[in-house]
Write a protein that binds this ligand. Structure first.
Ligand code: NDP
Length: 444
């Protein structure tokens, strides 16, 4: 049996009832087969894959807090410190009722490679809780965050492990957690990223994922003989990633003609009006029907449908599994030349394969949406030197990072005879650096 298959069997046997973790390990190791086969003897002797798939350590803890009725509630907290070969653990905290150890491990494992791809010194980790902030009062959220951090603060630090936001953990939650860390530990350090600008946050973090997506997409197009300028783009979603992807696409001379939310989508052949979209989504927190009402050129449609619109470039920026096989077929039939994932795992496996087989350039989220975590690492740098950089400084570094990421994965794919397969390229490029560091640091 091949080394990869042996390790896959072992991971499934050793981590029962963690299907998401199994899926993530399978996906990554399968795409690494050419690298692993080329180094099989060395990696086996080092037990490299066994070490890579076993977190350095994982914490699971009780999070008791009192609700507004005086009732004690108990949630479960997690932090998985997966791999710190190239830098302190870094990864978000997800607050959602679906959170369990398997989901945190799947996200932590993926984070190792995404962080490595940024070229910045950050290892992989992830954490969270089954707490649901939706419908809770500010006081209840604060009580939860303080209790969560009372335990978590024993394991994290600016040079050890630097958590960030994720689903359910926004500026409010990060603020409460940072306050509690400071109170208990008595130090003012960059222990969390995604902080408010008044207490150590970075300019351009809000824009980073959407802007980064466009920087990488533009480079991918350029290297394949196309120019982003003049292209028609379909975006899905209308949240943080979608809004800033649309803004940057327009700045680069492309025209975004769609956005969506969980109830419907808008087709605006004149190009999405970003100021109006921000007003509707960021200020009024309203549905897209409001956008269509204010904008004579826009049509509103209920349900799904963004991918049926003819475009040159498709940017799924909403949620997981939102671009299905039929959507991929419609995009390819309409002459789409590139798909780049702003969201995490928005394209199903079959849709990805179909796009790749039909010569549509495909940039996986691991690379294409890495601008968010990269800018979090820039926040860490600013905190360490106790300085704040200007918006332009951060943005220009972000641009360099995204262009570099594209070339790293392009080169990696070419080296293993998989030219143009950016999914394999991303996993290989992310893995190579971590593998080299692990071997250099000995059996630890
Ligand atoms: P937001 O919550 O700001 O926005 C999500 C958007 O997607 C909303 O417009 C939401 O609509 C829409 N949406 C949710 N579910 C569906 C659905 N089933 N069909 C259509 N639209 C849907 O999230 P972000 O923009 O921050 O994140 C989007 C994706 O990008 C996620 O996968 C996230 O993990 C990923 N990501 C985000 C990063 C960041 O820095 N923000 C970094 C890296 C990845 P509605 O308003 O109706 O809920």
């Amino acid at each position: 049996m091949s080394y990869v298959d042996e390790v896959l069997e072992r991971v499934i046997a050793k981590n029962p009832a963690e299907p998401e973790f199994h899926q993530a390990v399978k996906e990554v190791l399968n795409s690494l087969r050419p690298v692993i086969e080329a180094n099989e003897e060395k990696y086996r002797k080092e037990a490299l894959l066994e070490r890579l798939t076993e977190p350095d350590r994982q914490f699971k803890f009780r999070v008791p807090w009192v609700d507004d009725q005086g009732q004690v509630q108990v949630n479960t907290g997690y932090r998985v410190q997966f791999n710190n070969s190239i830098g302190p653990y870094k990864g978000g905290l997800r607050l959602h009722p679906s959170v369990n150890l398997g989901i945190i491990k799947f996200l932590g494992f993926e984070q190792i490679f995404k962080n490595s791809l940024t070229g910045l010194p950050i290892g992989g980790g992830k954490g969270g809780s089954d707490f649901d902030p939706k419908g809770k009062s500010d006081r209840e959220v604060m009580a939860f965050c303080q209790s969560f951090m009372t335990e978590l603060c024993k394991y994290i630090g600016a040079d050890t492990d630097v958590p960030a936001g994720d689903i359910g953990t926004g500026a409010r939650e990060i603020g409460y957690m940072f306050g509690q860390f400071k109170k208990i530990r008595g130090t003012y350090e960059g222990v969390l990223t995604g902080k408010g600008l008044s207490y150590g946050g970075s300019l351009a973090r809000t824009e980073a994922t959407g802007y980064g997506l466009l920087y990488l997409t533009a480079e991918m197009l350029k290297c394949n003989g196309h120019d982003i300028k003049g292209k028609t783009v379909c975006v899905s979603g209308s949240g943080n990633v979608a809004i800033y992807a649309t803004q940057k696409a327009h700045q680069l001379g492309a025209k975004v003609v769609t956005v969506s939310d969980s109830t419907g989508w808008v087709y605006d052949p004149e190009g999405i009006d970003v100021a109006l979209l921000k007003e509707v989504k960021e200020v009024k927190r309203a549905r897209l029907t409001e956008y269509a009402k204010e904008r004579p050129s826009a049509e509103y449609h209920e349900g799904r449908g963004v991918w049926t619109v003819k475009c040159d470039v498709a940017l799924p920026c909403a949620t997981q599994n939102e671009l299905l096989l039929d959507d991929a077929k419609a995009l390819a039939a309409n002459g789409c030349i590139a798909v780049a994932e702003g969201a995490n795992m928005p394209t199903t496996l079959e849709a990805t394969e179909y796009l790749q087989e039909n010569n549509v350039l495909f940039a996986p989220g691991k690379a294409a949406n890495a601008g968010g975590v990269a800018t979090s690492a820039l926040e860490m740098s600013q905190n360490s030197e106790r300085l704040s950089w200007t918006f332009e400084e951060v943005d220009s570094k972000l641009q360099d990072i995204m262009v570099n990421i594209f070339h790293n994965l392009d080169d990696a794919a070419k080296r293993y005879g998989k030219e143009g397969d950016y999914v394999a390229g991303a996993n290989i490029a992310g893995f190579e650096k971590v593998a080299e560091a692990m071997i250099a640091q000995g059996v630890v």
